[in-house]
Design a binder for this molecule. Structure first.
Ligand code: NAD
Ligand code: MG
Length: 385
């Protein structure tokens, strides 16, 4: 087996840097050929000098000169700007894209890679939330695999290996519950960003950490699972499992349940997606059954964590509703991170935007883009009031 050439879109993020750790540990198996980042020029230069990719792109055009200067003694191609991030997805120099940009911004380059028949390791869940029908249809047409990196979806994917046409009765998506498990609205109303950014089990980028605290992350993951595994609304159950050892489960038609377990460490699902269908040895920490501990499960409190209820509703309605939910949520989360709105206000922004933006049952790709823009503008107008 030759080296698999990887393009990391979002190389400076939490997923991107951990993926580079996996690549560095397995130089015979993988090379990094494209690295893209939005604004962290210093880290991008450092990564490029270490991995010697074919191409790097910095999203923020003001940083172009700095990146060019930092790589002047190399033959690495340097580009800048949002358009360049989309365009380098068309290059021949890679086999698999690791889609690790955060948010809606990850959609267009991923779509481009799918259209060119590249394999996809998908971390960017928002891509499937916004336009899952189109993404999955195009992937099917091109016969390319979309291998999930999200730990829950990697778990389900792993449980399905070897099952052929055996039907899924339902999946059980596990949720850690986040830092505010068991808390009520009278507590949540006063939560500030520093507290919300402290996740008990996972260390992740800021946006997904806030989504984990509000349980929106689990809602986005339900929609992601629906598209990845072709499930109906009522086949997806969420259970809070605070220890994050069981990463998710599949229940088959005979009632048998398969679970995938391990320590909460994103390097494992990243490595699995890059190396699929192979498993490769590593020295990541192992779960020890001899250590005292219990695995517990409880139902999520969707009356308190209403974002999860809103995401379920968006999934039930379908059409452009998940796209509206996602756009409003991105605006709300960034406003919360800038201390512009409170923790519970995020839900208000999402709910009001879902009520306001016209529903489309079977949007085209263009209509998804338009919906995203309209929903963002409306959500932002609520915050600036
Ligand atoms: P992060 O914020 O740490 O990193 C995001 C990356 O995307 C950075 O490299 C950044 O430069 C780039 N980026 C940000 N905005 C951009 C834009 N507008 N255009 C182009 N590039 C942009 O995020 P993360 O935690 O690594 O998450 C990445 C994705 O993976 C998210 O969709 C998230 O939901 C998903 N995911 C993350 C984890 C995790 O453990 N971090 C787990 C499961 C899924
Ligand atoms: Mg997850």
């Amino acid at each position: 087996m030759g080296q698999k050439r990887i393009a990391i879109f979002g190389s400076t993020g939490s997923i991107g840097t951990q993926a580079l750790d996996v690549i560095a540990a397995n130089p015979d198996l993988f090379s990094a050929e494209i690295l893209t980042a939005q604004s962290n020029d210093v880290l991008l230069i450092e990564q490029a000098l270490k991995f010697n990719p074919n191409t790097v792109v910095i999203g923020d055009e003001r940083k172009y000169a700095a990146v060019k200067e930092g790589l002047k003694h190399t033959d690495i191609k340097v580009f800048a700007g949002e358009k360049a991030i989309h365009e380098v997805a068309s290059l021949d120099c890679y086999d698999m894209m690791l889609a690790a940009i955060v948010g809606y911004a990850g959609l267009k380059p991923t779509l481009r890679a799918i259209e060119l028949g590249k394999a996809i390791a998908l971390a960017n869940k928002e891509t499937l939330v916004v336009a899952g029908d189109i993404i999955m249809r195009k992937a099917m047409e091109k016969r390319i695999p979309i291998i999930p990196v999200d730990s829950e979806h990697s778990a389900i994917f792993q449980c399905l290996v070897g099952e052929g046409r055996n039907k899924i009765e339902k999946i059980i998506l596990t949720a850690s519950g986040g830092p505010f498990l068991g808390k009520k609205p009278n507590f949540l109303v006063n939560v500030k960003k520093d507290h919300a950014l402290q996740h008990p089990n996972w260390s992740m980028g800021a946006k997904i950490t806030i989504d984990s605290a509000t349980l929106m992350n689990k809602g986005l993951e339900m929609i992601e699972a629906k598209w990845l595994f072709n499930l109906n609304y009522d086949q997806i159950q969420v259970m809070v499992h605070p220890q994050s050892i069981i990463h998710s489960m599949v229940q088959f038609e005979d009632g048998s349940i398969k679970a995938q377990m391990g320590m909460p460490d994103m390097k494992l699902p990243i490595q699995y997606a890059l190396a699929f269908p192979n498993r490769i040895p590593n020295d990541f920490p192992r779960y020890d059954f001899k250590k005292p501990g219990t695995l517990t499960f409880e139902e999520p409190d969707i009356k308190t964590f209403r974002n999860l209820a809103l995401a379920m509703e968006a999934m039930r309605q379908g059409g452009n509703m998940p796209c509206i939910l996602n756009a409003a949520n991105e605006i709300a989360v960034y406003a919360f991170l800038r201390n512009r709105i409170g923790f519970l206000d995020m839900t208000e922004v999402v709910e009001q935007t879902m009520q306001k933006i016209p529903f489309l049952e079977t949007p085209t790709l263009e209509e998804y883009f338009e919906t995203d823009g309209e929903a963002r503008n409306f959500a932002a107008s609520l915050i600036h009031m």
